[in-house]
Design a protein around this ligand. Sequence first.
Ligand SMILES: [Fe+2]
Ligand SMILES: [Fe+2]
Length: 166
Amino acid sequence: MIQGEWIKMDQKEFREFYRTIQDVAEHPVVLRMKKYPHHGDTSCYKHCMRVAYFNYIICKKLHLDAKSAARAGMLHDLFLYDWHTHARETGERLHGFTHAEKAYKNAGKIFRLNRVERDVIRNHMWPVTLRSVPRTREGWMIVLTDKYSGLLETLDRRKKNKKNCI
Ligand SMILES: [Fe+2]
Ligand SMILES: [Fe+2]
């Protein structure tokens, strides 16, 4: 779990957050994301959990739809492959542009997604996917929380690599 990392988490708030996403986070297909590395040492699952939590606390503070933002955050990268080797193995080189739509399709097969959740998942890669522009405030929020989480995860790996070199 992600308690104690980067942000101070209030235990009560974390429990409230987890209850909101529990059925998503514990679904066998979603759990498969644990097998795939995402940024550095961070698995796709852990990254999604982190983004979901950031979405939840920020959207709650702003009186937005925190529940949908959290649930969609947990699903936003449900593409189910290792993107580091995917191009080599399949010849498909457009992961950055295509995975949001893949995640949306995969998520839609197992959960009934509402309008906000669909927007959050499909448009989270903006501005990489220039024409997939978020249409909800929660959709704009994940554009920020996803990139922020990715940056922290990448920096964390660099820090660990540096430590190992000393
Ligand atoms: Fe993504
Ligand atoms: Fe992501």
